[in-house]
Design a protein around this ligand. Structure first.
Ligand code: NCD
Length: 337
């Protein structure tokens, strides 16, 4: 794929070589994200960060990534205060907003909306989640994390076993991640969900047609056995017509230290896109695993900054200029971990 000027809308745009190039660029962002060096390579550039659905880490990490490259961030975070609430079409909004920014990141509740917006935009658009459909930058940071975690155990992505747990019907993170991992051969997916919340049939069929093994089950304990990674998700309450409908599934699948120790292999990496639902009736990923060395959830969020910096550096075509424009930072930078 040709990155400069590209919209990033779906994981299906990527070949394996594109993903690996992006990961190399993400690796080169470490000194900047760790505040050892700074760059102004995007000095003067403006990001329009448009979030028409709740978000914490996606919005902040895209903003932070752009700032770390020296650019400025403008935010629109509420559909009610935007002209969309006056009946303005996505086409008109895109024509207008793309005149004010150099690149746009957008999250919207409707599947396909970000692609529709991108068709009318004059600048690159990155999909930060379009309803239940896709979340490509999350899948990229998840796969980047998987690669790093597995390589620290001397393993690669090829032939890996991954369990995905929870609301696989509405979860855009698992839709994107499963389709992205399949760029690597011979993956075994164990999809653990209530029957009503199974992964969409088209995705399962695509994975099988591409030679991967897919096991679908409601039995979490047996499903956890033999995986290199377990990826937990939240019941996507906002995609149900009533909260009560979502309540039926809340807390059905929980991972805690006792279950982990009993069913997972000792090296299994624990992941979650966050937010985890920590209310007592859900508690899908228990706090008793917080100190576990295989809990990668906060390494995922840190990696999100690197991967999003790489996406900006590639789509705005500055990735080769960064080192040349960089210098040491002046302030105290030591971080506590
Ligand atoms: C996810 C999302 O918004 O799809 N969060 C995220 O971006 N890290 C997952 C979720 O909300 O459950």
């Amino acid at each position: 794929m040709h990155f400069p000027g590209a919209h990033i809308l779906s994981v299906n745009q990527f070949e394996r070589a594109d993903v690996e190039h992006l990961f190399d660029v993400a690796d080169s962002m470490v000194p900047y994200a760790h505040r050892e060096r700074m760059t102004k390579v995007l000095d003067g550039a403006i990001l329009g960060n448009m979030f028409f659905e709740p978000s914490t880490r996606t919005r902040l990490s895209f903003g932070c990534a752009f700032n770390l490259l020296g650019g400025e961030v403008r935010e629109t975070t509420d559909i009610k205060t935007s002209s969309i609430s006056k009946g303005e079409s996505l086409y008109d909004t895109a024509r207008v907003i793309s005149g004010y920014n150099d690149i746009i990141v957008m999250r919207h509740p409707q599947a396909g909306s970000v692609a529709e917006f991108a068709r009318a935009s004059r600048v690159p658009v990155i999909n930060a989640g379009d309803g239940p459909n896709e979340h490509p930058s999350q899948a990229l940071l998840d796969l980047y994390t998987i690669r790093k975690e597995l390589s620290s155990h001397g393993q690669g992505i090829e032939g890996m076993h991954i369990a995905m747990v929870g609301d696989l019907k509405h979860g855009r993170t698992v839709h994107s991640l499963s389709q992205l991992i399949q760029l690597y051969p011979n993956i075994t997916f164990t999809l653990i969900s209530p029957t009503e919340l199974r992964m969409p049939g088209e995705i399962v069929e695509e994975l099988r047609n591409n030679g991967h093994t897919v096991i679908e089950t409601e039995d979490m304990e047996q499903g956890l056995v033999g995986n290199d990674t377990v990826y937990l998700t939240r019941i996507q309450e906002e995609r149900f017509s009533t909260k009560m409908e979502a309540d039926v599934y809340r807390g059905r699948f929980r991972l805690n230290e006792a279950i982990y120790t009993r069913y997972c292999q000792p090296s299994t990496v624990i992941m979650h896109p966050l937010p985890r639902d920590s209310r007592e009736d859900a508690n899908e990923l228990d706090n008793d695993l917080n100190q576990h060395p295989n809990l990668a959830i906060f390494r995922q969020t840190d990696n999100g900054v690197l991967v999003r910096m790489a996406l900006f550096a590639l789509t705005l075509d500055v990735w080769q200029q960064i080192e040349r424009t960089s210098r040491e930072v002046n302030w105290y930078t030591e971080r506590r971990f």
